[in-house]
Design a binder for this molecule. Structure first.
Ligand code: C2O
Ligand code: CU
Ligand code: CU
Length: 487
Protein backbone atom coordinates (compact mmCIF):
# COMPACT_ATOMS: atom_id res chain seq x y z
CA UNK A 1 0.00 0.00 0.00
CA UNK A 2 1.19 3.49 -0.77
CA UNK A 3 2.78 4.92 2.33
CA UNK A 4 0.89 8.15 1.82
CA UNK A 5 -2.38 6.35 2.09
CA UNK A 6 -1.35 4.39 5.14
CA UNK A 7 -1.83 7.27 7.53
CA UNK A 8 -5.14 8.29 5.98
CA UNK A 9 -6.20 4.67 6.30
CA UNK A 10 -5.03 4.64 9.88
CA UNK A 11 -7.07 7.74 10.68
CA UNK A 12 -10.18 6.13 9.20
CA UNK A 13 -9.65 2.90 11.13
CA UNK A 14 -9.09 4.73 14.40
CA UNK A 15 -12.25 6.79 13.93
CA UNK A 16 -14.23 3.65 13.16
CA UNK A 17 -12.84 1.80 16.17
CA UNK A 18 -13.50 4.74 18.47
CA UNK A 19 -17.08 4.85 17.18
CA UNK A 20 -17.55 1.17 17.94
CA UNK A 21 -16.50 1.63 21.56
CA UNK A 22 -12.95 0.24 21.18
CA UNK A 23 -10.51 1.91 23.56
CA UNK A 24 -8.43 3.57 20.84
CA UNK A 25 -6.73 5.81 23.33
CA UNK A 26 -5.63 3.01 25.57
CA UNK A 27 -4.61 0.49 22.90
CA UNK A 28 -3.39 2.53 19.96
CA UNK A 29 -2.99 6.22 20.63
CA UNK A 30 -1.33 6.28 24.06
CA UNK A 31 1.19 3.47 23.42
CA UNK A 32 2.30 5.13 20.18
CA UNK A 33 3.99 7.83 22.26
CA UNK A 34 7.27 7.03 23.94
CA UNK A 35 8.98 8.86 26.76
CA UNK A 36 12.25 7.89 28.37
CA UNK A 37 12.60 11.21 30.21
CA UNK A 38 14.07 10.67 33.65
CA UNK A 39 14.91 7.00 33.02
CA UNK A 40 18.38 7.69 34.40
CA UNK A 41 21.99 7.56 33.28
CA UNK A 42 24.20 4.92 34.76
CA UNK A 43 26.72 3.86 32.12
CA UNK A 44 29.80 5.78 31.06
CA UNK A 45 29.58 6.74 27.39
CA UNK A 46 31.98 4.51 25.46
CA UNK A 47 34.14 6.34 22.94
CA UNK A 48 34.68 4.40 19.72
CA UNK A 49 38.43 3.83 19.31
CA UNK A 50 40.27 5.61 16.53
CA UNK A 51 40.94 3.11 13.77
CA UNK A 52 44.61 2.18 13.58
CA UNK A 53 46.26 2.87 10.23
CA UNK A 54 49.63 2.48 8.59
CA UNK A 55 51.33 3.95 5.54
CA UNK A 56 51.95 1.66 2.62
CA UNK A 57 54.87 1.99 0.22
CA UNK A 58 52.80 4.31 -2.01
CA UNK A 59 52.36 6.71 0.91
CA UNK A 60 48.72 5.85 1.34
CA UNK A 61 47.16 5.70 4.78
CA UNK A 62 45.71 2.21 5.06
CA UNK A 63 42.87 1.12 7.34
CA UNK A 64 41.39 -2.34 7.82
CA UNK A 65 37.74 -2.91 8.56
CA UNK A 66 36.24 -6.29 9.24
CA UNK A 67 32.43 -6.66 9.26
CA UNK A 68 31.63 -9.38 11.75
CA UNK A 69 28.90 -10.84 13.93
CA UNK A 70 29.17 -10.94 17.70
CA UNK A 71 27.49 -10.26 20.98
CA UNK A 72 27.06 -6.87 22.52
CA UNK A 73 25.66 -5.56 25.78
CA UNK A 74 23.58 -2.38 25.38
CA UNK A 75 22.95 -2.41 29.10
CA UNK A 76 20.60 -5.31 29.79
CA UNK A 77 22.75 -8.30 28.91
CA UNK A 78 24.38 -9.60 25.73
CA UNK A 79 22.46 -9.72 22.43
CA UNK A 80 23.43 -10.85 18.91
CA UNK A 81 24.76 -7.89 16.95
CA UNK A 82 27.18 -6.97 14.19
CA UNK A 83 30.00 -4.49 14.00
CA UNK A 84 33.27 -3.53 12.36
CA UNK A 85 36.37 -4.83 14.14
CA UNK A 86 34.18 -5.61 17.11
CA UNK A 87 30.69 -6.70 17.97
CA UNK A 88 28.86 -3.39 17.62
CA UNK A 89 29.51 -0.17 15.60
CA UNK A 90 33.04 0.41 14.34
CA UNK A 91 36.17 2.44 15.02
CA UNK A 92 36.31 6.10 14.03
CA UNK A 93 38.25 6.65 10.83
CA UNK A 94 40.21 9.85 11.19
CA UNK A 95 41.85 11.25 8.06
CA UNK A 96 43.35 14.51 6.88
CA UNK A 97 42.52 16.49 3.80
CA UNK A 98 45.07 15.93 1.09
CA UNK A 99 46.07 12.42 2.01
CA UNK A 100 45.45 9.35 -0.07
CA UNK A 101 43.61 6.73 1.94
CA UNK A 102 42.89 3.09 1.33
CA UNK A 103 40.38 1.06 3.28
CA UNK A 104 40.47 -2.72 3.08
CA UNK A 105 37.09 -4.10 4.01
CA UNK A 106 36.63 -7.75 4.81
CA UNK A 107 33.23 -9.41 5.03
CA UNK A 108 33.11 -11.98 7.82
CA UNK A 109 29.31 -11.94 7.86
CA UNK A 110 27.22 -14.83 6.55
CA UNK A 111 25.81 -12.52 3.84
CA UNK A 112 27.02 -9.94 1.31
CA UNK A 113 27.58 -6.38 2.48
CA UNK A 114 29.17 -3.17 1.22
CA UNK A 115 30.63 -0.11 2.93
CA UNK A 116 29.63 3.37 1.86
CA UNK A 117 31.46 6.51 3.00
CA UNK A 118 28.51 8.76 3.66
CA UNK A 119 29.33 12.40 2.90
CA UNK A 120 32.70 11.67 1.38
CA UNK A 121 33.72 12.90 -2.02
CA UNK A 122 35.04 9.71 -3.58
CA UNK A 123 35.25 8.25 -7.08
CA UNK A 124 32.05 6.37 -7.96
CA UNK A 125 33.88 3.02 -7.93
CA UNK A 126 35.02 3.62 -4.33
CA UNK A 127 31.63 4.82 -3.07
CA UNK A 128 30.62 1.47 -1.59
CA UNK A 129 27.04 1.54 -2.83
CA UNK A 130 24.96 -1.45 -3.90
CA UNK A 131 27.21 -2.06 -6.94
CA UNK A 132 30.28 -2.73 -4.80
CA UNK A 133 29.02 -5.79 -2.98
CA UNK A 134 31.45 -7.81 -0.91
CA UNK A 135 30.72 -11.53 -0.84
CA UNK A 136 30.96 -13.38 2.49
CA UNK A 137 34.56 -14.30 3.21
CA UNK A 138 36.00 -11.86 0.67
CA UNK A 139 37.48 -8.37 0.66
CA UNK A 140 37.09 -5.09 -1.16
CA UNK A 141 39.37 -2.06 -1.18
CA UNK A 142 38.42 1.53 -1.68
CA UNK A 143 40.97 4.26 -2.23
CA UNK A 144 40.61 8.00 -2.65
CA UNK A 145 42.28 11.30 -1.99
CA UNK A 146 40.59 13.20 0.80
CA UNK A 147 39.56 16.50 -0.73
CA UNK A 148 36.91 18.29 1.27
CA UNK A 149 36.59 20.53 4.31
CA UNK A 150 36.95 19.30 7.89
CA UNK A 151 33.74 17.45 8.76
CA UNK A 152 31.97 14.67 10.60
CA UNK A 153 30.99 11.89 8.20
CA UNK A 154 30.13 8.23 8.66
CA UNK A 155 30.27 4.83 7.08
CA UNK A 156 27.71 2.05 6.85
CA UNK A 157 26.68 -0.85 4.60
CA UNK A 158 24.60 -0.25 1.47
CA UNK A 159 23.57 -3.60 -0.06
CA UNK A 160 20.28 -2.99 -1.82
CA UNK A 161 17.38 -4.34 0.22
CA UNK A 162 19.49 -5.23 3.28
CA UNK A 163 20.84 -1.86 4.42
CA UNK A 164 18.23 -1.32 7.14
CA UNK A 165 18.84 -4.65 8.84
CA UNK A 166 22.63 -4.44 8.69
CA UNK A 167 22.80 -0.90 10.05
CA UNK A 168 20.30 -1.82 12.75
CA UNK A 169 22.41 -4.77 13.85
CA UNK A 170 25.28 -2.35 14.41
CA UNK A 171 27.25 -1.87 11.22
CA UNK A 172 28.13 1.83 11.27
CA UNK A 173 30.97 4.09 12.32
CA UNK A 174 32.13 7.70 12.28
CA UNK A 175 34.62 9.39 10.00
CA UNK A 176 36.37 12.60 11.00
CA UNK A 177 38.06 14.69 8.33
CA UNK A 178 40.70 17.12 9.57
CA UNK A 179 41.80 20.16 7.61
CA UNK A 180 43.67 23.11 9.13
CA UNK A 181 42.20 25.52 6.55
CA UNK A 182 38.56 24.71 7.32
CA UNK A 183 38.69 23.26 10.84
CA UNK A 184 38.91 25.96 13.45
CA UNK A 185 41.70 25.20 15.98
CA UNK A 186 39.83 27.18 18.64
CA UNK A 187 37.08 24.55 18.76
CA UNK A 188 37.44 21.74 21.29
CA UNK A 189 39.38 19.04 19.44
CA UNK A 190 40.75 16.45 21.85
CA UNK A 191 39.06 13.24 20.75
CA UNK A 192 37.18 11.56 23.58
CA UNK A 193 38.01 14.37 26.02
CA UNK A 194 36.28 17.51 24.78
CA UNK A 195 35.51 16.38 21.23
CA UNK A 196 33.00 13.59 21.50
CA UNK A 197 31.42 11.30 18.92
CA UNK A 198 27.73 10.85 19.76
CA UNK A 199 26.21 8.12 17.59
CA UNK A 200 22.49 8.03 18.31
CA UNK A 201 20.34 5.02 17.45
CA UNK A 202 16.97 3.83 18.62
CA UNK A 203 16.49 0.17 19.45
CA UNK A 204 13.75 -2.16 20.48
CA UNK A 205 14.23 -5.44 22.30
CA UNK A 206 12.09 -8.55 22.29
CA UNK A 207 10.72 -10.00 25.52
CA UNK A 208 13.55 -12.54 25.54
CA UNK A 209 16.14 -9.82 25.09
CA UNK A 210 17.02 -10.00 21.39
CA UNK A 211 17.20 -6.99 19.09
CA UNK A 212 13.73 -6.54 17.65
CA UNK A 213 14.03 -5.70 13.98
CA UNK A 214 10.33 -5.47 13.22
CA UNK A 215 8.95 -2.36 11.57
CA UNK A 216 6.70 -0.02 13.51
CA UNK A 217 3.07 -0.92 12.90
CA UNK A 218 0.85 1.38 10.84
CA UNK A 219 3.18 4.28 10.20
CA UNK A 220 5.03 2.98 7.16
CA UNK A 221 8.37 4.50 8.07
CA UNK A 222 10.14 1.36 9.20
CA UNK A 223 11.82 0.69 12.45
CA UNK A 224 11.17 2.96 15.44
CA UNK A 225 12.72 1.94 18.75
CA UNK A 226 11.63 2.76 22.27
CA UNK A 227 15.15 2.79 23.68
CA UNK A 228 18.04 5.02 22.68
CA UNK A 229 21.59 3.72 22.48
CA UNK A 230 24.45 6.18 22.21
CA UNK A 231 27.75 4.73 20.99
CA UNK A 232 26.12 1.40 21.71
CA UNK A 233 24.89 1.84 25.28
CA UNK A 234 21.64 2.92 26.86
CA UNK A 235 21.52 5.49 29.66
CA UNK A 236 24.98 6.98 29.03
CA UNK A 237 26.73 9.74 30.95
CA UNK A 238 29.85 11.61 30.00
CA UNK A 239 32.27 12.91 32.63
CA UNK A 240 33.40 16.34 31.44
CA UNK A 241 36.60 18.07 32.51
CA UNK A 242 36.53 21.11 30.24
CA UNK A 243 34.41 24.23 30.19
CA UNK A 244 33.30 23.56 26.63
CA UNK A 245 32.56 20.32 24.96
CA UNK A 246 32.02 19.62 21.28
CA UNK A 247 29.50 16.93 20.46
CA UNK A 248 29.59 15.37 17.02
CA UNK A 249 25.98 14.26 16.76
CA UNK A 250 25.28 11.53 14.24
CA UNK A 251 21.77 10.24 13.70
CA UNK A 252 22.56 6.66 12.70
CA UNK A 253 19.00 5.49 13.33
CA UNK A 254 16.89 3.68 10.79
CA UNK A 255 13.87 5.97 10.70
CA UNK A 256 13.78 8.20 13.74
CA UNK A 257 14.15 11.96 13.59
CA UNK A 258 15.42 13.69 16.74
CA UNK A 259 15.11 17.25 17.95
CA UNK A 260 18.05 17.66 20.28
CA UNK A 261 18.26 20.25 23.03
CA UNK A 262 19.35 20.67 26.64
CA UNK A 263 16.78 20.08 29.35
CA UNK A 264 17.50 23.33 31.20
CA UNK A 265 16.72 25.24 28.01
CA UNK A 266 20.20 26.68 27.57
CA UNK A 267 21.50 27.37 24.13
CA UNK A 268 24.35 25.60 22.46
CA UNK A 269 26.41 26.72 19.51
CA UNK A 270 25.87 24.91 16.25
CA UNK A 271 29.28 24.96 14.58
CA UNK A 272 29.03 22.37 11.83
CA UNK A 273 26.56 20.53 9.64
CA UNK A 274 26.90 17.37 7.50
CA UNK A 275 29.78 18.47 5.30
CA UNK A 276 31.76 20.97 7.35
CA UNK A 277 31.84 23.92 9.67
CA UNK A 278 29.48 26.85 9.37
CA UNK A 279 30.86 30.27 8.57
CA UNK A 280 30.06 31.35 12.13
CA UNK A 281 28.56 29.65 15.19
CA UNK A 282 24.79 29.83 15.47
CA UNK A 283 23.18 29.89 18.92
CA UNK A 284 20.25 27.50 19.06
CA UNK A 285 18.06 25.74 21.58
CA UNK A 286 17.22 22.85 19.29
CA UNK A 287 18.74 21.02 16.38
CA UNK A 288 16.71 18.52 14.42
CA UNK A 289 18.43 15.61 12.72
CA UNK A 290 16.77 13.08 10.44
CA UNK A 291 18.47 9.73 9.71
CA UNK A 292 21.97 10.15 8.30
CA UNK A 293 22.35 13.82 9.26
CA UNK A 294 25.12 15.16 11.50
CA UNK A 295 25.60 18.31 13.56
CA UNK A 296 28.58 19.53 15.52
CA UNK A 297 27.52 21.49 18.56
CA UNK A 298 29.52 23.14 21.33
CA UNK A 299 27.99 23.16 24.80
CA UNK A 300 29.15 25.51 27.57
CA UNK A 301 29.05 23.87 30.98
CA UNK A 302 29.03 25.08 34.55
CA UNK A 303 31.33 23.33 37.03
CA UNK A 304 29.58 20.53 38.87
CA UNK A 305 26.22 21.10 37.21
CA UNK A 306 24.89 18.18 35.17
CA UNK A 307 23.09 18.75 31.90
CA UNK A 308 20.97 16.41 29.89
CA UNK A 309 20.80 16.24 26.13
CA UNK A 310 17.30 15.19 25.19
CA UNK A 311 15.24 14.77 22.05
CA UNK A 312 11.99 16.70 22.36
CA UNK A 313 8.64 16.26 20.62
CA UNK A 314 8.66 18.07 17.29
CA UNK A 315 6.35 18.36 14.30
CA UNK A 316 7.22 16.10 11.39
CA UNK A 317 4.65 17.35 8.94
CA UNK A 318 2.41 14.28 9.00
CA UNK A 319 -0.37 16.09 10.84
CA UNK A 320 -1.45 15.91 14.46
CA UNK A 321 -2.54 12.32 14.18
CA UNK A 322 0.21 11.13 11.86
CA UNK A 323 3.11 12.71 13.73
CA UNK A 324 2.44 10.54 16.74
CA UNK A 325 2.95 7.37 14.71
CA UNK A 326 6.19 8.51 13.12
CA UNK A 327 7.85 9.49 16.41
CA UNK A 328 7.00 13.19 16.55
CA UNK A 329 5.46 13.07 20.02
CA UNK A 330 8.30 11.16 21.65
CA UNK A 331 10.64 12.43 24.36
CA UNK A 332 13.95 10.61 24.55
CA UNK A 333 16.81 11.17 26.93
CA UNK A 334 20.08 10.94 25.02
CA UNK A 335 23.12 11.75 27.14
CA UNK A 336 23.93 13.20 30.52
CA UNK A 337 26.92 15.53 30.75
CA UNK A 338 28.61 15.45 34.18
CA UNK A 339 31.05 18.34 34.60
CA UNK A 340 33.74 18.07 37.25
CA UNK A 341 33.70 20.58 40.15
CA UNK A 342 36.58 22.40 38.48
CA UNK A 343 36.69 22.74 34.71
CA UNK A 344 39.66 23.39 32.44
CA UNK A 345 39.13 26.67 30.61
CA UNK A 346 39.47 26.77 26.85
CA UNK A 347 39.56 29.44 24.17
CA UNK A 348 36.39 31.41 23.47
CA UNK A 349 34.31 30.30 20.55
CA UNK A 350 35.69 32.05 17.50
CA UNK A 351 33.37 34.51 15.75
CA UNK A 352 34.40 33.12 12.38
CA UNK A 353 34.83 29.38 11.87
CA UNK A 354 35.54 28.56 8.25
CA UNK A 355 35.18 29.99 4.77
CA UNK A 356 31.92 28.90 3.18
CA UNK A 357 31.85 29.69 -0.52
CA UNK A 358 28.22 30.09 -1.55
CA UNK A 359 26.88 28.22 -4.54
CA UNK A 360 24.62 30.74 -6.20
CA UNK A 361 21.66 30.10 -8.43
CA UNK A 362 23.25 31.73 -11.48
CA UNK A 363 25.98 29.06 -11.53
CA UNK A 364 23.51 26.24 -12.11
CA UNK A 365 23.57 24.69 -15.57
CA UNK A 366 20.18 23.09 -15.07
CA UNK A 367 17.41 22.18 -12.65
CA UNK A 368 16.01 18.72 -12.06
CA UNK A 369 12.90 17.69 -10.16
CA UNK A 370 12.55 14.70 -7.89
CA UNK A 371 9.22 13.65 -6.44
CA UNK A 372 9.23 11.16 -3.57
CA UNK A 373 6.15 9.02 -3.20
CA UNK A 374 5.08 5.43 -2.78
CA UNK A 375 8.48 3.68 -2.51
CA UNK A 376 9.69 5.41 -5.66
CA UNK A 377 11.27 8.60 -6.97
CA UNK A 378 9.50 10.22 -9.92
CA UNK A 379 7.30 7.16 -10.03
CA UNK A 380 10.19 4.75 -10.55
CA UNK A 381 11.39 2.32 -7.90
CA UNK A 382 15.14 1.75 -7.66
CA UNK A 383 16.58 -0.27 -10.53
CA UNK A 384 20.29 -1.02 -10.43
CA UNK A 385 20.32 -1.09 -14.24
CA UNK A 386 18.73 2.32 -14.74
CA UNK A 387 20.54 5.67 -14.53
CA UNK A 388 18.16 8.46 -13.63
CA UNK A 389 20.34 11.53 -14.15
CA UNK A 390 23.56 12.29 -16.02
CA UNK A 391 25.05 15.55 -14.77
CA UNK A 392 28.23 16.81 -16.44
CA UNK A 393 31.49 16.52 -14.52
CA UNK A 394 32.27 19.73 -12.67
CA UNK A 395 28.92 21.29 -13.48
CA UNK A 396 26.52 22.78 -10.94
CA UNK A 397 22.86 21.85 -10.80
CA UNK A 398 19.78 22.66 -8.75
CA UNK A 399 17.76 19.70 -7.59
CA UNK A 400 14.23 20.51 -6.54
CA UNK A 401 13.02 17.72 -4.27
CA UNK A 402 9.40 17.28 -3.23
CA UNK A 403 7.79 14.89 -0.79
CA UNK A 404 4.42 14.05 -2.35
CA UNK A 405 3.74 11.45 0.31
CA UNK A 406 1.81 11.86 3.56
CA UNK A 407 4.69 10.85 5.81
CA UNK A 408 8.16 12.28 6.41
CA UNK A 409 11.10 11.39 4.19
CA UNK A 410 14.53 12.85 3.74
CA UNK A 411 16.90 13.12 0.82
CA UNK A 412 20.54 12.14 0.61
CA UNK A 413 22.87 12.52 -2.36
CA UNK A 414 26.10 10.55 -2.65
CA UNK A 415 29.33 11.98 -4.02
CA UNK A 416 28.65 15.65 -3.25
CA UNK A 417 27.92 18.12 -0.51
CA UNK A 418 25.10 20.47 -1.39
CA UNK A 419 23.72 23.75 -0.12
CA UNK A 420 20.05 24.39 0.53
CA UNK A 421 18.77 27.27 -1.59
CA UNK A 422 15.16 27.29 -0.43
CA UNK A 423 12.76 25.43 1.83
CA UNK A 424 9.12 25.77 0.78
CA UNK A 425 10.15 28.76 -1.32
CA UNK A 426 11.81 30.67 1.52
CA UNK A 427 15.45 31.15 2.51
CA UNK A 428 16.65 28.23 4.67
CA UNK A 429 16.98 28.58 8.47
CA UNK A 430 20.54 29.06 9.82
CA UNK A 431 21.00 25.35 10.56
CA UNK A 432 20.57 24.60 6.86
CA UNK A 433 23.05 27.21 5.65
CA UNK A 434 26.14 25.02 5.70
CA UNK A 435 27.32 22.03 3.69
CA UNK A 436 24.75 19.26 3.71
CA UNK A 437 24.41 15.83 2.14
CA UNK A 438 21.10 14.85 3.72
CA UNK A 439 18.07 17.02 4.30
CA UNK A 440 14.77 16.44 6.06
CA UNK A 441 11.79 16.45 3.74
CA UNK A 442 8.40 16.82 5.38
CA UNK A 443 5.34 16.29 3.19
CA UNK A 444 4.54 19.13 0.82
CA UNK A 445 7.55 21.36 1.54
CA UNK A 446 9.82 21.35 -1.50
CA UNK A 447 13.52 22.01 -1.04
CA UNK A 448 15.90 23.33 -3.65
CA UNK A 449 19.43 21.99 -3.36
CA UNK A 450 22.43 23.26 -5.26
CA UNK A 451 25.48 21.09 -5.82
CA UNK A 452 28.59 20.83 -7.91
CA UNK A 453 29.40 17.38 -9.26
CA UNK A 454 32.84 15.78 -9.05
CA UNK A 455 35.29 16.57 -11.83
CA UNK A 456 36.91 13.15 -11.85
CA UNK A 457 34.34 10.61 -10.73
CA UNK A 458 35.63 7.77 -12.90
CA UNK A 459 33.19 5.14 -14.13
CA UNK A 460 30.20 4.05 -12.10
CA UNK A 461 27.14 5.49 -10.48
CA UNK A 462 26.19 7.34 -7.32
CA UNK A 463 22.96 6.90 -5.38
CA UNK A 464 20.42 9.43 -4.19
CA UNK A 465 17.68 8.28 -1.84
CA UNK A 466 15.51 8.65 1.18
CA UNK A 467 17.71 7.82 4.19
CA UNK A 468 14.87 6.27 6.16
CA UNK A 469 16.43 2.91 5.54
CA UNK A 470 13.23 0.94 5.08
CA UNK A 471 12.24 3.35 2.31
CA UNK A 472 15.66 3.15 0.72
CA UNK A 473 15.51 -0.64 0.76
CA UNK A 474 11.94 -0.56 -0.58
CA UNK A 475 12.95 1.38 -3.67
CA UNK A 476 12.94 5.09 -2.83
CA UNK A 477 16.36 5.43 -4.43
CA UNK A 478 17.79 6.44 -7.79
CA UNK A 479 21.17 6.57 -9.47
CA UNK A 480 23.16 9.25 -11.25
CA UNK A 481 26.27 8.99 -13.37
CA UNK A 482 28.62 11.92 -13.88
CA UNK A 483 29.57 12.22 -17.53
CA UNK A 484 32.50 13.88 -19.30
CA UNK A 485 31.80 17.34 -20.70
CA UNK A 486 32.43 16.09 -24.25
CA UNK A 487 30.16 13.07 -24.27
CU1 C2O B 1 24.21 6.99 4.25
CU2 C2O B 1 23.31 6.05 0.46
O1 C2O B 1 23.77 6.50 2.40
CU1 CU C 1 25.84 8.50 1.23
CU1 CU D 1 11.41 8.00 3.20
Amino acid sequence: MAVRRRLAYLAAVLTLLAGSGFAVDRWVWAPAMISTAGAGFDRPLPIPPLAPSHRDRHGRRVYDLRAQAGEHDFGAGPVRTEGFDGSYLGPTLRMARGEQVLVDVHDDLPEPTSVHWHGMRVPAAADGGPHQLIAPGSSWSASWRVDQPAATLWYHPHPHGATAQQVYRGLAGMIIVDDPATGSPALPHEYGVDDIPVIVQDKRFTADGRLDAANAPLAGIGLLGDTVAVNGVTGPFLPVVTRRVRLRLLNASNARTYDFGLTDGRRFALVGTDGGLLEAPVRLRRIMLSPGERAEIVVDLDPGRTEVLRSFPHPLGAGRLGDRFVGGDDTLDILQLRPAPVLRPGPDLPAVLAPLPLLTRDRAARTREFHLDDDAINGLPMDMDRVDARPIAGSTEIWRVVNDDGIPHNFHVHGVQFQVLTVAGAAPPPQLRGWKDTVFLPPGRPVELIMQFPRHPGPGVYMFHCHLLYHEDSGMMGQYAVIDPGS
